[in-house]
Write a protein that binds this ligand. Sequence first.
Ligand code: ADP
Ligand code: MG
Length: 382
Amino acid sequence: ASGYHQAIKENRNLYNILQELKGNIRVFCRIRPIFNSQESCIEYIGNDGSLMVFDPYRPHNTRKVFQFNKVFGPQTTQCEVYNETQALIRSVMDGYNVCIFAYGQTGAGKTYTMCGTSTGLCEETGINHMALNDLFHISSVREDITYEIYVQMVEIYNEIVRDLLCQDATNSKYPFEFHPKNALGFGGLSIPNATMQSVQSSADVLNLMRLGEKNRAFSSTAMNHRSSRSHSVLTVHVHGKDMSGNTTTSCLHLVDLAGSERVDKSEATGDTLKEAQFINKSLSCLGDVIMALAQKNSHIPYRNSKLTQLLQNSLGGNAKMLMLAHVSPEADSYGETISTLKFAQRTSTVELGTPRQNKESSEIQELKDQIDNLKKALATKE
Ligand code: ADP
Ligand code: MG
């Protein structure tokens, strides 16, 4: 691939500049194994995070080269993907807000990466479960810090947020509002009226995930292919306290996004059209937020969609973010593959600030408590 080397040289300069600018945003690309022995539109995967794509139906057209922090080829196992994300996930325990999201067209492997398959074999466990296992492991070995871990799981469908951890799945329309701080006083936006479950072990988590998946499945039989049309967000809240009373609060969002494919407008009518517009709304708002961050705009349009509102604290300057861009390698998917790679490449140009630990010293905590008490005292006098 001689054109490859030329293209990569040009791209490399740009990439190096971006790397220098870049703070804490990472973009990985994962290519799933090819189905039904079609020809592949992925021509080359470098071990330096680059890949080259071509259109098998127009083989003489120019090759396109993309550069990411990492590219996982079709042979990559779930454990290998997890190994590359582990450090990021672990930093949640040190008080950093982290957001990981799976992006890409339907069928490209987003749910496979995040949730795995239900066979339960080691290689097939998804990032969600491996991450929580890891967090519990850290919490058990760090004797100097006491951790509390809470989990929420919601689905955003047609700009309506549903609680996936409620026992009654038929209670589909969930009254919902965002609070800057939830009832537990944790940092990060949360959904005060969605179930917040305290978890003590990875077995607890597994049970909750099963409930969440069951609730999600319930809605997909009620409405066709709903799961590919909705975003699901698993949020892990971590609250740490050391011997001298210093605290950290942080959250980890693990997001399985709706399919990024464009729905052909001529085919979409009624509900399908409404659906398509809403998915586009949330995903394009995510794109807008990312672009606004990249351009360092003073106004970041978080409030334009439920998804960006929910992820606000983890998409800003002081959080760490990882995009896992998924692509299908089949020739037929060439168009969608290009648009996914372009979106991901744009994302990788975002420069985030230095991540900040959400840490509070015991002195500040005491002062805050005093203020709260004074406020209460005042309230009772009035
Ligand atoms: P998405 O969530 O993006 O719509 P899925 O995760 O449901 O896509 O993947 C589509 C199909 O491809 C599923 O049957 C899944 O098991 C399979 N699959 C996806 N990625 C991989 C992979 N890396 N290795 C093996 N099978 C995969
Ligand atoms: Mg899926």
